[in-house]
Structures are given as structure tokens and as C-alpha cells.
Design a protein around this ligand. Structure first.
Ligand code: TYD
Length: 206
């Protein structure tokens, strides 16, 4: 059976560096990311750098990209028996867009966003959360887009904590304020555990 592993965390948590180095040691794994590098992903990126973008419309752009990602990359890879590691996935929407839609006409943004994923998405078997405080995240990321500002990232971090509290066995927390060498070592240890337990993985649909 193949496994879907996702990496999550605030901007500047080092996810992309970790994914790059994992690609070198795990050549048999499909590495992918959200937003994707398809034309759906290009639309998302255009919205991301637009300060006037409508937050609800943006949620649907990110979700459309996720739908295409599932049908074109994730499900075919898993069906062929390949393990998939995705740099960001649905939890990014649950955290970032729930924070963006706070105080909007949507009453309970997190529940709403989860409900629109529920009919078609696939729950990750394991999620590695690179844990970093918003101040350090902003210093490292350099705030290149509107999602990377400190007050916003504080709200995003609160949403991630809610997700972790709801599913403590899916999430593996790594202290991302450590040196990159130590972060890599922690991630490798976690991956070894997950991939060894592959056969007992549950494949519940969301
Ligand atoms: P990117 O430059 O790819 O950053 P990173 O390398 O940190 O992933 O930009 C992704 C940005 O989009 C990041 O700020 C998080 C945000 N994002 C959302 O708001 N919702 C989502 O569903 C996803 C996948 C990303």
C-alpha cells in the first residue's frame, strides 16, 4: 500500500529546503506541492500576490488547484503504489483560508472549508508540521506575499494548533527553529517510522 505524507508549516519554516533534500534520498517517492505548477496553480499564484483578491474567491482557486492535483498527480501515484510527499496540502487551506475568512460572512470558516473538501479529498496518512513562531517565520520568509505578515501568521498558527489538537495521531511536530541539520534529522526519523508502518496505514476518505 502506498502512503500520502504532507508537510505543513508557516512560511519560512523550511519546508521547501527539507523537501528538496528528501528528493535526493528518496528517488522512488513522488514529490509534489500546493499550489501546483499547473495552470490552476498559476491562477492561485496570481491571486496570492494580489492584495485586493477576494478571500472567498481565493479559497475556491486554491481548492480547484487541489482537486486537479488529486486527480492528476496524487491519486494516480498512490494507485500505482508510489508513496507521495506533498509540500503543503489541504491543511494549508484549513489554516490559511480559515484565518483569511475570519470575520467574513462565513460563520465557521474552518468547518466550512473542511466541508467543501470532504466529498472529494483524501486525508493524508501522516502530516509533518514544521513548528516555528510567527515572528521568526516572518523574519526568515521576508514577507513576499500578503499571507506572510506577522499578525496574519499568528492566526494561521492558531488554526494549525486546532487541527493538530483534533487529529494528534496524524500530525508529527518538528521544532523548526532548530538548525536545518537537526530539522532534517527529526524529519528523517519520523519518515522512517511512517514508512515502516506503511502496511497498517488507514486509507479513510475525508
Ligand atoms: P509559496 O511561495 O509556495 O510558499 P511556501 O514555499 O512557504 O509554501 O506560497 C504558498 C503560499 O500560499 C503560502 O503563503 C501559503 C499560502 N497557501 C494558502 O494560503 N492556502 C493554501 O491552500 C496553500 C496551498 C497555500
Amino acid at each position: 500500500m502506498s502512503t500520502l505524507i504532507t508537510l505543513e508549516g508557516l512560511d519560512g519554516s523550511g519546508k521547501s529546503t527539507i523537501c528538496e533534500s528528501l528528493q535526493n534520498i528518496l528517488p522512488e517517492v513522488t514529490f509534489t506541492r500546493e499550489p501546483t505548477d499547473s495552470w490552476y496553480g498559476d491562477l492561485v499564484t496570481e491571486s496570492m500576490y494580489n492584495d485586493d483578491a477576494d478571500s472567498l474567491a481565493e479559497l475556491f482557486l486554491f481548492t480547484a488547484d487541489h482537486a486537479a492535483h488529486l486527480s492528476r498527480v496524487i491519486r494516480p501515484s498512490l494507485a500505482s503504489g508510489t508513496t507521495v510527499i506533498s509540500d503543503r496540502y489541504a491543511d494549508s487551506r484549513f489554516a490559511y483560508q480559515a484565518a483569511a475568512l475570519d470575520n467574513s460572512r462565513i460563520d465557521a470558516p474552518l468547518e466550512y472549508i473542511q466541508s467543501i473538501h470532504e466529498p472529494f479529498s483524501r486525508r493524508p496518512d501522516a502530516t509533518i508540521y514544521l513548528d516555528i513562531d510567527p515572528e521568526t517565520a516572518v523574519t526568515r520568509a521576508g514577507a513576499t506575499n500578503k499571507f506572510e505578515r506577522v499578525q496574519y501568521l499568528e492566526r494561521v498558527a492558531t488554526q494549525y494548533e486546532q487541527l493538530i489538537a483534533a487529529e494528534p495521531t496524524r500530525f508529527y511536530r518538528v521544532d523548526a527553529t532548530q538548525s536545518i541539520v537537526d530539522v532534517k534529522e527529526d524529519v528523517n526519523t519520523i519518515l522512517r517510522t511512517i514508512l515502516d508502518d506503511e502496511t497498517s496505514t488507514q486509507f479513510d476518505e475525508w
